[in-house]
Design a protein around this ligand. Sequence first.
Ligand code: XMP
Length: 326
Amino acid sequence: MEKIVRPENMQRINNLQLANAFIEEQVSLIREQVKDKKVLLALSGGVDSSVVAALLIKAIGKQLVCVHVNHGLMRKGESEQVIEVFGKELDANLIYVDATDRFLDLLQGVSAPEQKRKIIGAEFIKVFDEEASKLKGISFLAQGTIYPDILESDGVKAHHNVGGLPEDMQFSLVEPLALLFKDEVRVVGKALGLPANMVDRQPFPGPGLGVRCLGAITRDRLHALREADAILREEFDINGLAGKVWQYFIAVPDFKSVGVKNDKRYEGWPAIIRAVNTVDAMTATIEEIPYAVLHKITARITAEVEGINRVLLDLTPKPVGTIEWE
Ligand code: XMP
């Protein structure tokens, strides 16, 4: 296939006016390409797929069918937000599949990171394929491919494409963001009226919390991770760190230590805070979080999250540590 190349003189979309012009142009191109046919989109709720969805809804409305697969490894509130924004506010044709049990059953007892990734990736394709085969008359598949995906598709990050789609699907592609950089996608998303917390989201791996719930995933530890992560995000928001730090999250390892809660012995997992800054995710530095904020986060997580009895801070830059813990 011909490689897509961004024209050198293409203007950087960095304001509302340019975003609106881009949207207008794409809306007519999409209508021209799709005509009265139907388009299928795997809508994860991440920035790219959300912006593609909003753009296609504007262009072709109910001819777009969005499928949101909840693999049970989403962050707190994410699937709910997809349903709220796309299903309700934008009145999209949205199919919501709660496949939590399928994924967690398959992952039971599996501790090797690469095997976990493979299971999640393969099952995602299976669930999506099953949903697609129930639908009639789909001619196109929309994808949130952006320009860095095209630039990177030749190597280093290939393993990050977990959650990709079946290669044998017989659809023509609709990829309206293929020439855009991430910052431009966010500007376009805002111009389309998507909520700020959706378009300004930090990167989140396809296998989701699966890579942060270390070792063999159990439902109770996954729940603890999700709750602790939600507290971290909330406190970063309140304390003005959310817009400043590139990526921040909690990882929970699969071992316990002894602690004391309500005057009783309390065995629990540690919650590890990771907060890094980077330009391209190839190297990363550590964000210095004020101690007062760390104390507050620690107090809240240990008081509010069942199963966690310690909070640790990871001070390791990349290299030598990767950004994720897995
Ligand atoms: P590492 O851990 O390799 O991560 O330093 C670099 C960046 O990539 C993200 N990441 C992923 N993104 N699918 C993705 O879309 C994945 O499977 C995946 N794994 C890691 C990670 O969050 C970090 O931003």
